[in-house]
Design a protein. Sequence first.
Length: 317
Amino acid sequence: MSHHALGLPESFLESGATVTPATSTAFLEGPACAADGTVYFTDIANNRIVRLDPRTRKQTTFRCPSHRANGLLFDALGRLLACEGNEWENADGGRRVTRTDMATGRIEVLTDRFEGCRYNAPNDIAARSNGQLFFTDPCYSFRESMQLSHESVYRIDVNGTVTRILTQPQIQRPNGIALSPDERTLYVVDSCPVVGGNRKIWAFDLSEAGEATRPRVLHDFAPGRGGDGMAVDREGNLYIAAGIARPRGPHETADVPPGIYILAPDGNLQGRIPIPEDVLTNVTFGGDDLRTLYITAGKTLFTVRVAIPGFVVHRPR
């Protein structure tokens, strides 16, 4: 008998039993590639930032503790930006945005409070070539620790001023964030994991001053699992980590299988790169030609070659 033809051993299982994850020993997020090709990504479960040399495939711990760092990004000057969250068992995250000078190792806190209150859990960040930064601050767990009454998107200006530019009810729970190659469009993933919650990809016009206007929905993943992190290629297409094979509750369905979903700038769905693991979290471009895609998912960092180079602010065309 073929192994593929074997049926479920029902007499050995409790009625209705299914295999589900019991715990996570790693939870990978926030990949970012330095100009020299080194890949940095976060392991939220183990409170560290990991560094991978793609030539030797050797990985080392870059920072531990990372203060529950989530999204990473290199700014226009090649400094490492980190969104330090608050989303694991002990709720012991930094709840701030930091910047690391990769030459000296100096860590600078860019912001840790808004109007006197600690942030919820900074999640993801986008950088403009003029020095402006944009970051999301949702709260996916430990809501009792919230000091703010909202989950919002903020801009950090070059002089350090922090401005809230998007919030409820316009968006529900901001997650991934990215800029178009001309830096005039701001993209925000709005994933609210409650029954009926948003699973939308938003686009906003972005002024020179960093104001977001003219909201429009590019894509809606509902009722499946919505997007998490995303990246943009040089032609303006969006690569969005989304979907799930095993729904985690009544708030989502298996209608959106796990993968990297590619959207044209006008929102037309171009296809899906299937990824064989739950839960996909984020994606970035790297490699000498910026045509190597790195994808964090569960306990694994995946990679795939693509045809169109990525857009990253610290490596101009």
